[in-house]
Design a protein around this ligand. Sequence first.
Ligand code: G3P
Length: 216
Amino acid sequence: MKFFIDTANVDAIRKAHERGMVDGVTTNPSLVAKEGRDFKTIVKEIASFVEGPISLEVVSEDAEGMLKEARDLNGWIDNAAIKIPLTWEGLRATKQCADEGIKTNVTLCFSANQAILAAKAGATFVSPFIGRLDDVGHSGMQLIADMVQIYANYGYETEVIVASIRHPLHVFEAAMLGADIATIPPAVIDKMVQHPLTDVGIERFLADWEKVKGKK
Ligand code: G3P
């Protein structure tokens, strides 16, 4: 399972990268706004140490505007994946990007039918937002199961990025379903390593070692 880091915070990405957990990065306008810094500067900093795909989102709502932005963003770094919303205009832009060899991440996917359209448009990645589905009483994880099955049925190469992850159980369940990628907020990655029995185990080993240490 590949891990992307879902943030535009360079320090957090660097920390996860030093831990060997970064296969890519996803950003969106809200995450960039949180940083309060110039978008291009942030992107260049991330690309200076992240080799995997870095998702950069367009903000136009028409296909021509999206394409113009996509071509521009794609020129910023070598490893861009252009995030495009799942609308008819977005799908037109996605198809054109595919024809031009520009990688895409079709975002704001909330249904299996939308996911089929994204794959048919030639999306490199598609991002189903599971936390936001859970928020409105639908099963985000059922959507992941459906997408993984449908893409396997037809051999689509589009990769599923499980997005809007809120807690470690989301990552575990997505892995059980065989999703290609989880894009994980830094706080959730931090939680994944935690287990009280690990802490207790270390404490006991160290205490026992104190008893024998130095004995000949
Ligand atoms: O990758 C998409 C993600 O950032 C959305 O997460 O928590 O705003 O639903 P959230």
